[in-house]
Design a protein around this ligand. Structure first.
Ligand code: SF4
Length: 332
């Protein structure tokens, strides 16, 4: 996959780091705009919602200064702010929009050594822990620009304790296949019906390549998981998700089926998403469904309890019929 950017905004100190220098060379043909902080770029904050796709074509380079780990109790013990936040793709429900609003463009942080040093130290502080490093961006996509995953997986395998994990919607896993990972990185592939990927997960990898990528990483010895997320209850959802699960049963390798686990997350949407999508993608599928959703405070919407219960029962039944060997770790 070729990733194109229009322009780079950068903190000058970032260019003192090895990765900063590498990026400077890689994108030397683009125009570079100096900024004081990756968190404060007034001309971008002032942009209109309809400029969202244009903003996504910008690359921001800086130094991560906040390193606060957040406790988590799903697949990992900690959510770790890592080498990027934001993303070049444009999934219409992307959770990052809640944090960054229309400024959810890709920001790369060049101080990866410092971040991993910290993580390695933390990995020795308690029982075996799992660190989620991909909760702020898509690291497989980031990796083809920075190579950070390769660096992280191998160094953690040598020097760390416990596990790393990250989810992805991308298939560019070739660089990861021959790494010496020692089984310490759990790779989780996120899937949705192809029709939803095409209309809603704009700029991500298609379904078949994602399935193939998951088979490949499992074959390369990584522990793996499958995320059916976010489940979006658009008209015809039962047919779409039933077909998806049947397809997964046909296409996933025996290794994934025997060793992998499943997570299911129903979509959360928000007022901010709705405002941006209505202006930036006026012809896109409408995700705010006032009949099936309810406000959850702070402008967020999620499916009503009875609607969720129906979806959950449906998915559990289909999964037990077709992918019964894969445990469902949670549905949220
Ligand atoms: S791939 Fe993930 S991080 Fe990127 S836009 Fe989609 S949901 Fe957001």
């Amino acid at each position: 996959m070729h990733i194109h950017f229009d322009k780079v905004y950068y903190e000058p100190d970032a260019l003192k780091y090895e990765l900063g220098k590498k990026l400077q060379d890689k994108y030397k043909d683009l125009s570079w705009v100096e900024i004081e902080s990756h968190n404060r770029i007034p001309e971008l904050t002032a942009a209109n919602n309809r400029d969202f796709p244009k903003l996504k074509r910008l690359l921001i380079i800086g130094i991560r200064k906040t390193h606060k780990y957040v406790e988590n109790h799903k697949v990992s013990d900690w959510l770790v702010p890592y080498t990027s936040s934001g993303c070049r793709a444009m999934c219409l429900y992307c959770y990052l929009v809640c944090n960054y609003n229309k400024c959810s463009y890709l920001r790369l942080f060049v101080n990866r050594e410092q971040m991993l040093d910290r993580l390695l130290k933390k990995s020795f502080t308690a029982k075996l822990q799992t660190f989620e490093i991909g909760s702020n961006s898509d690291l497989v996509l980031e990796n083809i620009i920075t190579g950070n995953l390769n660096y992280t997986i191998e160094r953690f395998a040598r020097e760390g304790r416990g596990h790393l994990t990250f989810p992805t919607k991308f298939d560019m896993v070739k660089p990861l296949l021959n790494l010496d990972h020692k089984g310490k990185t759990i790779f989780r592939m996120s899937v949705n019906p192809q029709d939803i990927i095409r209309k809603i997960e704009l700029g991500t990898s298609q379904l078949y390549p994602r399935i193939q990528a998951l088979n490949d990483v499992a074959e390369a010895g990584y522990p793996v998981g499958l995320l059916i997320a976010p489940v979006i209850l658009i008209p015809g959802w039962k047919k779409l998700y039933a077909e998806l699960i049947e397809l997964l049963a046909d296409e996933l390798s025996e290794k994934v089926k025997q060793q992998g686990f499943i997570e299911i997350i129903l979509m959360t949407y928000s007022f901010v998403h709705n405002a941006i999508n209505t202006e930036a993608f006026p012809n896109a599928v409408k995700l705010l469904d006032k009949d099936a959703m309810t406000g959850r405070g702070r402008g967020k919407y999620s499916y009503r309890n009875d609607v969720r219960a129906e979806a959950e029962a449906f998915l559990r039944e289909k999964l037990s019929q077709h992918l019964g060997t894969m445990p469902i770790w949670y549905i949220s």
